[in-house]
Each structure stands twice: as C-alpha cells, then as structure tokens.
Design a protein around this ligand. Structure first.
Ligand code: COA
Length: 297
C-alpha cells in the first residue's frame, strides 16, 4: 500500500458518512481502486475487493482492514470475465458483510499496441475484461443494489474522446462502458440506483501510468496537463466519495472527468506547451503558419 493510500482521508468529508454501508470493488487491489476503497473504509464502510490474483487480493484486503478499527474487508479472488465467479463474490459479500450498497467496476486491462500489432484475441481480451467484466459485475449485484437503492461507479478513461494512438482496444472498451452507464442510469433510476463514470487522467504512481508512459518523459507529461501536474490517487477517491455520499444523490448518468483538464489537449501535443499559449509562445509556436496574423506580438 502506498503512503498516499495509507494516510489519505480528506478532512472535507464527515467522519462516519459511510457507516453501515458495504462496497464491492473489482480491481480493488490496484492503485486507484484500493485508494477509493481505503477512503470509504476510513469513512465507515466495509468492503469486498475482487482481483484475479488470490495472494495479492487477500493481502491488500488485510492491509485495508487495518485502516479503521472494527472494519471488515474481504479479499475475493475472481476473474470478472466469469459471471458465475461474480455471483459467488456478491453472495459471499452479502453473507459476510450483510448487504451491498455500492459497486465500483475498476478491473481493466491495458497495453500499448498499434492496430497492426493488436491481434483479434488481444482486442477481445481487453473488451472482455473491461466491458463484459463491468457488465457481469453489475448484473451479479443488481438484486442487492435494488434492496439498498445503491450506487454504481465505473472507472472509465478519457482516451476515446479523441483518437488516442495505440489504444484502439481500450478506447473502444471505455466508450462502451460510458454507454452502458447511461443505459443503467435510465433503467435503474426508478429503483433509486444511480450509475456514473469517473474518468481519471494520468495519475502518478499507478500501474496504468507505468504501462503507458516512460519515466524519462514524466516532466513532459506533466507540462501537457493544463494544471501542470499529474493527478494523485486520492483525487479519484475524492470524486468517488462525492458520488457515493448523499452529495451525489441526484447525479446519475454522468461522467466525472478528473484529469486536470488533460483531455482537452489530447491531439494537440504537437504544439509546444505551455509556451504555445503564452505571449512569447504565440510568436514562436505559430511562426510561419498562415493564420498567424498576430506576429507583431
Ligand atoms: N501487445 C500486443 N498484444 C498483447 C500485449 C501487448 N503488450 N499483451 C498481451 N497481448 C495479447 C496476447 O498476445 C494475446 O493475444 P494472442 O492470443 O493473439 O497472442 C492476448 O493479448 C491475450 O493475452 P493474454 O496474456 O492471454 O491475456 P490475459 O487475459 O491473461 O491478460 C491483459 C490480459 C492482456 C490485458 C494483460 O495485459 C493484463 O492482465 N494486464 C494487467 C492489468 C492492467 O493492464 N492494468 C492496467 C490498467 S490501466
């Protein structure tokens, strides 16, 4: 568990706001999802986290359980592509923790590959984990969520807002997840269930960033973000708390982008940044371009 995961509990949130509530989170041993769960546990919730690797998942659950005296955290090993495993996970959660209020669909797969290098099976692997896995999780939880007028959160992305190279599989998967969430918002709203997506930008210290970036371009990556830094896992936890707390009760079918404004610059990375938007940069950045009438600046 990272230091941020261990220590994070924003003073903004009232102690005990999730007392008596239970969250189930797939991909719950990962850096983003474990911090989402950590924050909920510290604010009173009990949890079950689901992961493919038994040892890793059980160890993370044991760590998370130390965050609040008296909390209960189950580590359940399951592959989200297997619906029957999720049905069993939900049954065990309800049997041992008493109920199910919140579902976070965080399990995902990712790697960089051009379409040339992306086999049909590789594309399918990510679609299966992300899309089918999220659907299976919701489907297996549905009857329990109806009982508690629960809430669903999908961990999405911003890749598909523009054509992000090497991410055909993930872009297609996350677009499908956003669409699925919208349908669930409409179909499940009358049961009191909300469905939303959180779309993180580049978050420091995550497996996702390690897989999709290189340490030597970290500085460049930060400068590409309008807020001029990478995100922190706790910033995704804060969005989660907002949505799951009563503050988010009337928010459904939405995608909350938590990325320092990064996606607005996707596809514009050929321009030097931030110089291209500063006064000096206007001269340098647009020199020689037909539309650069402001060259007197
Ligand atoms: N480039 C191209 N193809 C790749 C690849 C890569 N880096 N990694 C895997 N594949 C292909 C495999 O070759 C295989 O295709 P093939 O049968 O045509 O050879 C296909 O993807 C499935 O691979 P496999 O290892 O059997 O799948 P898996 O279900 O065990 O693994 C992955 C799922 C591929 C998504 C794996 O990367 C993974 O589990 N990642 C961990 C989670 C993660 O990515 N987290 C970060 C989230 S941002």
């Amino acid at each position: 568990m990272s230091a941020a995961t261990k220590k994070y509990k924003s003073p903004i949130w009232a102690p005990g706001i999730f007392e008596g509530k239970v969250v189930l989170c797939t991909g719950g041993a990962g850096s983003i999802c474990s911090t989402q769960v950590a924050a909920l546990i510290q604010l009173g919730a009990n949890a079950s986290i689901i992961g493919r690797r038994k040892d890793v998942t059980e160890a993370k659950a044991a760590e998370l359980q130390t965050l609040r005296s008296g909390s209960r955290v189950l580590g359940i090993s399951a592959d989200v592509r297997d619906y029957t495993m999720l049905v069993a996970a939900v049954e065990r959660t309800v049997e041992e923790l008493g109920r199910l209020d919140y579902v976070i669909c965080g399990a995902a797969g990712n790697f960089l590959a051009t379409v040339d290098n992306l086999s049909a099976n590789a594309f399918k692997a990510v679609i299966d984990i992300d899309v089918l896995g999220s659907y299976n999780t919701v489907k297996a939880s549905l009857e329990e969520l109806k009982k508690t007028r629960g809430k669903i959160i999908f961990v999405s992305a911003t890749l598909h807002y523009t054509g992000t190279p090497f991410q055909a599989h993930v872009s297609a998967a996350k677009a499908a997840i956003d669409a699925l969430s919208g349908v669930l918002c409409v179909e499940l709203g009358p049961y009191g269930i909300t469905s939303n997506c959180i779309a993180p930008g580049p978050i420091a210290g995550t497996e996702g960033l390690a897989r999709l970036s290189r340490p030597e371009i970290a500085n460049e990556a930060q400068r590409a973000v309008p807020i001029q830094r990478l995100g922190h896992v706790h910033e995704i936890a804060d969005a989660t708390i907002y949505l799951l707390s009563p503050a988010g009760d009337w928010v459904s079918g939405d995608v909350i982008v938590v990325d320092g404004g990064a996606w607005h610059r996707q596809g514009a990375s050929a321009l030097p940044y931030p110089e291209s938007v500063t006064r000096k940069g206007v001269v340098e950045g647009v020199k020689g371009m037909k539309g650069a009438k402001d060259s007197k600046l």
